[in-house]
Design a protein around this ligand. Sequence first.
Ligand SMILES: Cc1cc2nc3c(=O)[nH]c(=O)nc-3n(C[C@H](O)[C@H](O)[C@H](O)COP(=O)(O)OP(=O)(O)OC[C@H]3O[C@@H](n4cnc5c(N)ncnc54)[C@H](O)[C@@H]3O)c2cc1C
Length: 343
Amino acid sequence: MTLVEQEAGPGRHATSQNAAMVRGLAGEDWIRPLSIEGQQFWNRGTSSLPLPRAAFRKTGSLLLASEEETAKKLQAWVLHAQHLGSPAEMWSAERCRMVVPCLRGSPLIAGAYSPDDGIADPLMLTEAFLKAMVREGGSLRLETKVEAILVERGKVRGVSLADGSKLEASALVLAAGAWSPGFLRSLGLSDRGIGVFRRHIHCSLVGADLLEKAPGFLWHLDLQAYVRVEGDGLLFSACDAEPCPPGLPQEDSSLLDRVSERLSSCFPFLQDLPISRFWAGLRTYRPDHRFLLGEDPEIQGLFHATALGGHGVTCAAPVGRITAEAVQAWHQDQERRGQKAFF
Ligand SMILES: Cc1cc2nc3c(=O)[nH]c(=O)nc-3n(C[C@H](O)[C@H](O)[C@H](O)COP(=O)(O)OP(=O)(O)OC[C@H]3O[C@@H](n4cnc5c(N)ncnc54)[C@H](O)[C@@H]3O)c2cc1C
């Protein structure tokens, strides 16, 4: 197996631009089995892939609702998560404010506490995945840009590279994040409605003490903003989403006023916090937010692991498991038919 990456190092795009929150209580029913599996992986690793200790800090999280409808949804998510083995629980507004006193001024009627959530180091996990791949005989090729996916008579044949060479393969996993929809269109396939959206993250150098003893991250679902501790300061986002082309997104400093306004309406304790730096990253998702995962129905040997939206860190392990199982099943089927598969 060969992993091909255009940059000089792995994880230089969405994987290092994110807020690194592992969130078991994801919003859509279909994703929760994956987000809980992902959360459990971050907490425990697996026997074949022990997680480096420093890769995850279990901190818990608190999702907040200020609308009746959202509180009901949260309740349903918690019940579903409990059914999947999560110790998540609902908190009243009083309990939220008692445990996290800085929420006193925030509009809220209920919260969902998820003790197994936490803060991840996505690059450390990426490194652990890559080391495991190399141990199993795979190889990593950095600074190797794929120009095109080669397909003949409906079957994957490999890729052509920017240096003019070719890599032969009968199976290919397209995990190109924001670049995936372009590859799909270049193959004459539907891009499945995948869109690429810029989101900003802001940080302060001070303020960590405000969240002392609070769960690791607070996320206001109705007012769409989140905050967590980052070093001695805080990291927060007003959950903006602007369509953007793939690449390194340009930050927009003109958003700062709007961001401060939004943040202070849901977390008034952030009102006077000086923003010391900010960056933007690209989230890639379909209109219904479903991941694009598994074997392509039109091109033999093509697999997808993309459109992970805002859940790619949480769900990294289950996405890898599902993709590996799909490729393995396909490989075994090829062997049964007497066709040679190569990667
Ligand atoms: C601001 C922000 C906050 C987020 N917060 C969270 C969070 O708190 N929790 C969470 O679970 N998720 C979060 N996410 C989502 C998460 O970061 C993504 O879902 C995940 O990183 C996507 O990983 P990926 O591998 O699909 O994409 P990427 O990390 O972008 O990787 C795609 C790779 O493909 C390579 N590539 C593309 N084209 C080519 C080519 N032609 N040849 C060779 N290589 C190529 C790129 O160089 C890149 O390295 C957030 C995302 C953003 C942007």
